[in-house]
Each structure stands twice: as C-alpha cells, then as structure tokens.
Design a protein around this ligand. Structure first.
Ligand SMILES: [Zn+2]
Length: 275
C-alpha cells in the first residue's frame, strides 16, 4: 500500500521537494493512515515539512475523543499539530447547529465549515498545500453523488489534486485516492494505529450512505467496479477540463475569503443560522 500511495503521489505530481504540507487529521483511520504514510514519504525530502491540522467541530463525546487520538499520533510521529475550533472561528458548534433543526442536515453545514476551518488552519501554519485523507470509496461515491445531483462540472473540477488556477486557494491533494476503505482498515489494524471507530452521532448524508452500499454490493459482485468508476472520472476530467469555466473571485463581504459570490458559502450559512 505504501508503494501504491507513493506511485499515486508521483503520478499526479502531488508533492514538491520543498512543500510544507498541512495534513488534515481528524483521528479516524483514514487520516491517521495518511499522516503516518506521509511522514515516511517525507523522510526522503529533507526540505519538506508536515504539520497536522485538526478541527474541533464541537461534537461532544465524539470529536473530543478523536482529537485526543490525533494528538497522541502526532506526538508519536513527532509532527506539530494545530487545532482550530468552530467555536473560535464561527462562534457556534455542530452540536448547537444540530439542536436548531435547520432546513438542512447538520452535515451540510459541518462540511462547509470544516473545509473553511482546514483552509484557515493551513494558512495559519504557513503551509503550501493541504493533504486530505479521501480514499477510493469517498472519491467514487462523490462522483456518483454529483451525477445524481445533476452536477457534472463538479466531477470535472474535483479529483485527486485540486489546483486553483487563480492561485487564491491552497492546492489540495488526496494521496489515498487509489486505496480502498477496506485496505485502509487492514493497514490501520496491522500497523497498530489507535484510531476512532465510532461514527458521528449526527449521522451522515443519507444519499451518500445509499451510494456507499450500492457501490460495495457492485464491487463485491463485479470486482473492480470502484476502480473503473475512478478511471472514468479521471478520463472525463482530461476530456472536459477546458469546458469547466473558472468563475471570477470576489472577496467575501464578511470574512474577506475568496468567493465567486457576495458572501462565501460559510458566511451565507452563518447568516441563515442567525436568522
Ligand atoms: Zn465569508
């Protein structure tokens, strides 16, 4: 698996020799696996640096436990860690959002806030890149999800490496994009990683869960389904890259972050929550 991740990194030109990579570490099996693999990979690049960035969404009895595991792992690996919280950044926790019973599930808000929080943390530590632990399963689920949402351009604009042609967002890389969830579980057990096994008490996206079961059934019946879907998405990106328009960016009127609209998605959500 280490060799495959190294090949993925090379194939997509994910890392430069002098990168400072902010690794998003939640304390789950995927992110702890990613962190330990990147630390090994990084040993070959003396000018590079790794910092773990973790987000405290404010989910009692769940995230606090995971953050403790993340802290321990960083300690063991000798990696500096920065923890940022929704409370500090946005003045509200995911538990509080869930109690408000808003129009969307708490996951919808949490996902947008997490992306922004990781960006912020990565900027704070002076990183040149962000690495996230999305695996093969996450990636192909997202491809199907975007198809079912009728959003083909989002398939084209996502993928193993996200580079903002305008240079306003830090590049994001997904070194585990060719590794299945099953393999990561196995790796985590075999290498004795102490990871959080519990799932979030606020549940997860219903449609994604259905897609997950569908893809698992398909892959069991027709081995290779997930890889084929991944390759199809890659091919689509190559073919349609120039067809996906890049929107102009403004500065969010509230927080100053780059956004194609008047307000960024997170500020828009914060306004809706406060209303
Ligand atoms: Zn904003």
């Amino acid at each position: 698996m280490e060799e495959r991740v190294r090949r993925t990194v090379m194939k997509h030109h994910m890392l430069e020799h002098n990168d400072h990579v902010a690794v998003a570490v939640s304390g789950g099996k995927d992110s702890l696996t990613l962190l330990s693999l990147l630390v090994k990979l990084e040993e070959r690049f003396p000018k590079s640096k790794i910092t773990a960035v973790s987000v405290d969404e404010g989910i009692e009895g769940y995230r606090d436990e995971a953050l403790e595991l993340a802290r321990k792992a960083c300690n063991d690996l000798g990696v500096e860690q920065l923890v940022v919280s929704y409370q500090d950044l946005f003045g509200i926790t995911t538990d509080e959002i869930a109690q408000k019973h808003l129009g969307q599930t708490p996951c919808a808000y949490c996902g947008v806030f997490r992306r922004k929080a990781i960006n912020k943390a990565a900027m704070m530590v002076g990183a040149t890149k962000i690495a996230t632990a999305h695996n093969l399963d996450d990636e192909v689920q997202t491809v199907l999800l975007n198809m079912l949402h009728g959003d083909p351009l989002r398939i084209v604009r996502s993928g193993p490496v996200l580079r903002d042609p305008r240079g306003r967002f830090l590049p994001r890389i997904k070194p585990l994009c060719d590794v299945s969830e099953k393999e990561i579980v196995l790796y985590a057990y075999l290498t004795g990683l102490d990871f959080q096994g519990a799932t979030c008490p606020h549940g997860s996206e219903a449609l994604r869960n259905d897609i997950r079961s569908f893809l698992n059934q398909m892959d069991q019946k027709h081995p290779g389904t997930k890889f084929t879907l991944q390759r199809t998405a890659e091919r689509l990106r190559e073919l349609l890259f120039d067809a996906a328009p890049v929107s102009e960016l403004n500065e969010c009127e509230k927080c100053g972050d780059p956004t194609p609209h008047r307000l960024c998605e997170a500020c828009l959500m914060l306004e809706a929550i406060a209303a």
